[in-house]
Design a protein around this ligand. Structure first.
Ligand code: GCB
Length: 590
């Protein structure tokens, strides 16, 4: 044992063994609308900067050697300090604020079989990679900091169980996102950990939505099952629509198109229907909205009517809770957007919690959802592509029954190289293949020399997203007018970002950067131009409220915050520019 211990400690290739066993979207199960048990709460926690848990295999808990002698240990799980799950460790204790690296989380839990035949564990999100162990067995590693992952644990559960997770938020050049972003790199298990009890055969995937043919009178339902009863009949019930429909399942799959005319979901009238889907002993209860989104020339068309996306961009962050945002905080963000007369929000630059889309379904906010293919990621690395495509698939499979979600976005401001066009157009194709009923977009690159919207990726997109900072990074504001005159898009353009830094309450002349006066001046000029451009079909200024950012070192106007928010970081103060957007959206015709 001594030798093995030494080997493990010095084995520099320890990581490859763990990475070889990956948890991907293939093990995903449809979990919205299910009864689940949460394993959240206080877990034992140890910062493990040198990955000693993985090298020395602490998870094996070999407290005595084979001769029954005490084996000296460098840990004691049950005496460790406690860390709240879900949370970002950075906001829990000041000493962890800037920590990046591995940390070990562990807890025990009791389990009794209640008649279920299969059991899954779900993690809502762990940033960036998570290596999961249950009762000394290694279950696998998930990469990607913002999407859920699942593991079947039926055979491993006992009466007393120990779960252990090594969460590592180290930034890497080859990750998605890469090592340089314009947001704070929070660490930890920051969404729920859940246990899901299922029958032997269960519904693995479920897709429901209006057939996007302009008729508004057909619903398509698809069901995939897992388990030995691969042939049978599933049943869909939507009581309010008088639907009780059986769906024939053959080899674990079935689909049906039902003729019915539901009341359509829209931001003004976010109608949801109680929907049950059953197969054998399995039951999913969901609230579903039906709407159609498509593009017609330069128009974005919702339920047959052209719509302007009156939006705002948002990150998933709160000063108090880091990335572990609460339902109350999500509701607060949507309420602020509504106060600004928005009908739409861009959830930038990575998948936000699934609660956001569930709440947006209820409150009537259209959503743009995005994966963190952000700036210069390693477009030449096939592993990086695999990771990006896996994150995209996990996001789409998680949220594709949410009426609020209208756009899948495959990236933001990426240099226009051949490798990038190949990489991102493949992602756009993948999004369409997984979900032909929604629009695909990205925040494209603009040519700031010739002032033109000109990005080869646009051919693969339904909407051209454009981030422009005329008046701020592009200091000559007048070039914005040139940009719009020079561009001849054949598709709708959404201004996915514009804005300027301003410290809340910091006042001065319009020429003084970092003041509210300079910010509001840029906003006034921007909206005056948008009004005149017929192909601009939406705007989502950067950003709802200020956010933490390690790149922003101006001591007066930033202090490690990106202050382009329309509100201060704690949302207590609205800046002048907030009211410019509020008025702009109010004045736009419906
Ligand atoms: C951008 C990025 C966003 C930044 C913003 C800024 O274009 O998409 O992530 O935070 O500009 O403030 O520079």
């Amino acid at each position: 044992p001594a030798k093995n211990y030494d080997d493990a400690i010095h084995n520099q290739s320890y990581e490859a063994q763990y990475l070889a066993k990956r948890i991907t979207n293939e093990s995903m199960i449809y979990d919205a609308g299910r009864t689940k048990e949460s394993l959240s709460g206080y877990w034992g926690f140890g910062i493990d900067q040198y990955d000693t848990c993985l090298r020395a295999k602490w998870f094996e808990e070999k407290y005595v050697d084979q001769d029954g002698r005490y084996n000296p240990m460098d840990f004691s799980f049950d005496e460790w300090e406690k860390m709240l799950v879900p949370s970002s460790w950075n906001t829990q204790k000041e000493k962890y604020f800037l920590y990046e690296g591995s940390a070990v989380y562990t807890r025990t839990f009791l389990y009794k079989n209640n008649g279920e035949e299969r059991v899954y564990l779900k993690f809502g999100a762990v940033n960036y990679d998570a290596k999961v162990f249950l009762n000394k067995e290694y279950l696998g590693c998930h990469k990607g900091g913002s999407t859920p992952f699942f593991m079947e644990v039926t055979e491993l559960l006992m009466e007393q169980n120990r779960i252990l997770v090594v969460a590592n938020n180290t930034r890497h050049k080859d990750n998605v996102p890469t090592d340089n972003t314009d947001w704070f790199n929070y660490g930890g298990i920051y969404r729920d950990v859940e246990l899901i009890r299922l029958p032997k055969t269960f519904i693995k995937d479920f897709t429901i939505g209006l057939v996007p043919d302009g008729g508004f009178n057909k619903i398509r339902v698809e069901v995939k099952t897992e388990g030995p009863a691969a042939n049978g009949s599933a049943s869909l019930t939507i009581g309010e629509l008088g639907i009780r429909q059986s769906i024939e399942i053959r080899d674990g799959q079935g689909s049906v198109v039902i003729e019915v005319r539901p009341e359509l979901w829209s931001p003004d009238s976010p109608k949801l229907y109680e929907t049950n889907i059953e197969y054998g002993e399995d039951l999913i209860r969901e609230k579903i909205g039906f709407r159609e989104i498509r593009v017609d020339g330069q128009e974005i068309v919702l339920n047959g009517k052209p719509i302007f996306l009156k939006g705002i961009s948002a990150h998933e962050e709160s000063v108090k809770n880091g990335k572990a945002v609460t339902d109350a905080e999500i509701v607060e963000n949507f309420m602020l957007a509504k106060e600004m007369n928005c009908n739409y929000m861009r959830l930038a630059h990575y998948p936000h919690t699934e609660r956001a889309a569930q709440i947006a379904d209820e409150m009537g906010i259209l959503l743009w959802e995005e994966i963190p293919v952000y700036w210069s990621i390693n477009f030449n690395n096939p592993e990086t592509y695999r990771d990006a495509e896996n994150q995209l698939t996990e996001l789409i499979r998680r949220d594709r029954n949410r009426a609020s979600v209208i756009v899948w976005a495959v990236g933001n401001e990426n240099p226009d190289t051949d490798a990038r066009v190949t990489f991102m157009s493949s992602l756009a194709r993948k999004a369409k293949e997984l979900d032909p009923s929604r629009l695909v977009s990205a925040a494209c690159m603009l040519d700031h020399v010739n002032h033109i919207i000109n990005d080869r990726l646009a051919d693969s997109l339904d909407i051209i997203g454009a981030n422009e900072y005329y008046g701020w990074y592009q200091t000559n504001f007048d070039n914005l007018v040139k940009l719009f005159e020079n561009s001849k898009p054949t598709k709708p353009v959404v201004i996915t970002e514009f804005g300027a830094d301003a410290k809340a309450g910091h006042r001065g002349t319009v020429d003084e950067k970092g003041t509210e006066d300079c910010q509001v001046d840029i906003y006034r000029k921007q909206v005056a131009v948008f009004k005149r451009i017929p192909y601009v079909k939406g705007t989502s200024p950067w950003i709802l409220y200020d956010f933490r950012c390690p790149r922003r070192l101006h001591p007066v106007t930033q202090n490690y915050y990106n202050t382009k928010g329309l509100l201060s970081e704690d949302k207590s103060r609205k800046k002048l520019a907030f009211y410019v957007m509020q008025q702009f959206y109010k004045d736009l015709p419906d």
